[in-house]
Design a protein around this ligand. Structure first.
Ligand code: GRF
Length: 193
């Protein structure tokens, strides 16, 4: 299953997917990495792994539709079948998400449906929950909504800061995302039309 990963930053989840894809039996081959930021470290990770990269900077486009169309064109050009959002910090239009319905996954650093949107870890700390975690879900037009593929829980410890909680969740993300992408791509290959 030809897979693209969309990033905006460090790309540690991208790295986890790259590492998983080193196993030939893993069903999601990463063929393209797109970043909306030219200085995203994830681009270096992709280049190092020999994966094609593209920078599509939202500031070069007049509005969300034009930006999303540019991304869609790039995905079509590379014959991408599955899109993984991994720390991609742009909200996608309803048209784009509808086009990729059932073919686009996201990872979010909370146990959805709690704490959608940005600063999910801070939202969890502010709410005083004792368990948080991460969620992999299918992308639908509504932000951080959509059917859940998998979740992983981590404890919120006394004295946690946004930084310490984020690190604990991120470590869980690096296990969960490859697990879910592998499972979903496997389903696409076996049961997809
Ligand atoms: C992760 O916590 C992801 O869930 C969130 O942004 C962070 C990205 O980290 N949406 P990285 O770029 O994969 O290192």
């Amino acid at each position: 299953v030809k897979t693209a990963v969309l990033i905006s930053g460090s790309g540690s989840n991208l790295q986890a997917l790259i590492d998983a894809a080193k196993d030939d039996a893993w069903p999601a081959g990463i063929a393209l990495v797109i970043s909306n930021k030219a200085d995203a470290y994830g681009l270096t990770r992709a280049e190092r792994a020999g994966i094609a990269t593209m920078v599509i900077d939202h500031r070069d486009y007049d509005g969300r539709e034009a930006f999303d169309t540019a991304i869609d064109d790039a995905l079509q050009d590379h014959a991408i079948e599955l899109v993984c959002l991994a720390g991609f910090m742009r909200i996608l239009t309803a048209d784009f998400t509808t086009n990729w319905k059932g073919r686009m996954l996201n990872i979010h650093p909370s146990l959805l449906p709690s704490f959608r949107g940005i600063n999910a870890q801070k939202q969890a700390l502010d709410a005083g929950v004792k368990i948080s975690g991460c969620t992999v879900h299918l992308v639908t037009p509504d932000l951080d909504d959509g059917p859940i593929i998998g979740q992983s829980a981590v404890p919120v410890k006394d004295g946690d800061t946004v930084e310490t909680l984020s690190q604990r969740i991120l470590a869980a993300e690096h296990v969960l995302y490859p697990e879910c992408v592998g499972k979903y791509a496997g389903w696409m290959r076996e049961y997809g039309g």
